[in-house]
Design a protein around this ligand. Sequence first.
Ligand code: 5GP
Ligand code: ZN
Length: 112
Amino acid sequence: MDCIFCRIVEGSLPSRKVYEDEEFLVFHDIHPFAAVHVLIIPKRHVESLQSIKESDEAMLGRLMALAPRIAASLGLESGFRTLINSGVGGGQEVFHLHAHVFGGEGSVRIPT
Ligand code: 5GP
Ligand code: ZN
């Protein structure tokens, strides 16, 4: 399997890391849509929210709960936006589950 986000987790593809723990990695999007634009991913390869399993529910809760902590650590006191594109029809381009977190200049103008 050739997944660019798995390669980022492995370290064979570089990224600008923001946060890392045993389960998740957070790094800056390579083409930011806003002043702050980071991606939260599970280290384990999960394809999409579209194909999520019941056994992934707790992980998803932890992933979403990480968003406000990451936003606060990046200075987004006034708020932030999250986005999960799911499936081809949902605009997903990288098929390794990720939540976008946007903040600062430009974040409220992002077309969804
Ligand atoms: P999607 O449309 O799948 O929700 O978003 C994929 C995101 O991954 C895009 O915003 C794109 O800019 C970002 N992206 C794609 N390839 C790379 C990469 O190699 N490194 C980083 N940091 N971001 C990437
Ligand atoms: Zn992957």
